[in-house]
Write a protein that binds this ligand. Structure first.
Ligand SMILES: [Zn+2]
Length: 278
């Protein structure tokens, strides 16, 4: 089961999130047929978004988006406080040669870009914070977002591994933030934390924070709320001329960009949309 947990450490001055979402993220990446380097970037992005979603309350969702000059072009994801996650990538087939035997995801993400995080504020309105990509490795971009937009010193480590077929075999990470009442010493402690290869998520955290206390755990699940009705509503926003042109075909197929479900609309279906709105 994929899950995220939240806890406290360092005399409750630090909040810590650990996530293991390999199953959902592997499934999402497979549906999008991402090539290896894009898989790693997309998987890290989904992990980060799932953590940020879990910071919200009462089923509220967050949207994360990266638009950049890299081959990947853009990444988009939505997550809710209930642990639901979905997303897509503009160019799932962006991939580059291994450089010096290393994956350089910065090269597929692109050096110049914007990370946008949209949340719902206390009045129930959407508000978006835009920050430039700090390192284009997703992890440090998210840390930079927290520091500039929310003034929260943050360490985030997102670790994605692929199997021999290029599929996600594990996707884990943690986010560590200083909360109220911290001092310079705590900031230095955070800056000098040694980020190990995650083997046992909770064990790794306990090695960094001996007084770590786990408070809550939440299941992470892949989701999509698309439906035939929604696509029909979308089609009905087209003008008569455009719909009639589509209706010249025997049928058209629309594909959900998130879950890749396919919906077929026949010529009759399309003509009915025109008729029904008269
Ligand atoms: Zn869908």
């Amino acid at each position: 089961m994929d899950y995220i947990f939240r806890g406290l450490g360092r005399n409750q001055k630090v909040r810590i999130f650990g996530i293991d979402a390999g199953e959902s993220i592997s499934s999402i990446c497979k549906k999008h047929e991402t090539l290896p380097l894009t898989t790693i970037a997309f998987a890290r992005f989904l992990l980060a978004g799932a953590i940020i979603g879990s910071l919200e309350k009462n089923g509220v969702g967050v949207t994360l988006q990266i638009n950049s000059d890299g081959p990947i072009k853009s990444l988009f994801m939505q997550a809710t406080s209930d642990g639901f996650v979905r997303g897509y990538v503009s160019n799932p087939h962006a991939d580059l040669e291994l450089k010096d035997g290393e994956y350089k995801i910065e090269n597929v993400v692109g050096q110049n870009g914007i990370l946008s995080v949209t949340k719902v504020n206390n009045e129930g309105m959407d508000f978006t914070s835009d920050v430039i990509l700090a390192k284009s490795d997703i992890s440090q971009d998210i840390a930079y977002y927290f520091f500039t937009s929310e003034q929260i010193p943050t360490i985030i480590d997102l670790q994605v591994h692929l199997d021999d077929n290029g599929n996600v075999s594990s996707a884990k990470g943690y986010l560590i933030q200083l909360i109220t009442g911290y001092d310079e010493e705590d900031v230095t402690f955070l800056e000098n934390l040694k980020l190990e290869n995650i083997t046992d998520l909770e064990g790794n955290i306990k090695a960094m924070f001996e007084d770590f206390v786990k408070l809550e755990e939440l299941e992470i699940k892949e989701f999509c709320d698309c439906s035939r009705n929604r696509f029909e509503e979308g089609l009905s926003t087209l003008g008569d001329a455009d719909l009639k042109e589509l209706a010249n075909e025997e049928s058209i197929e629309v594909v959900c960009e998130f879950c890749k479900n396919k919906y077929t609309f026949t010529s009759d279906d399309l003509n009915n949309i025109i008729e029904n709105r008269k």
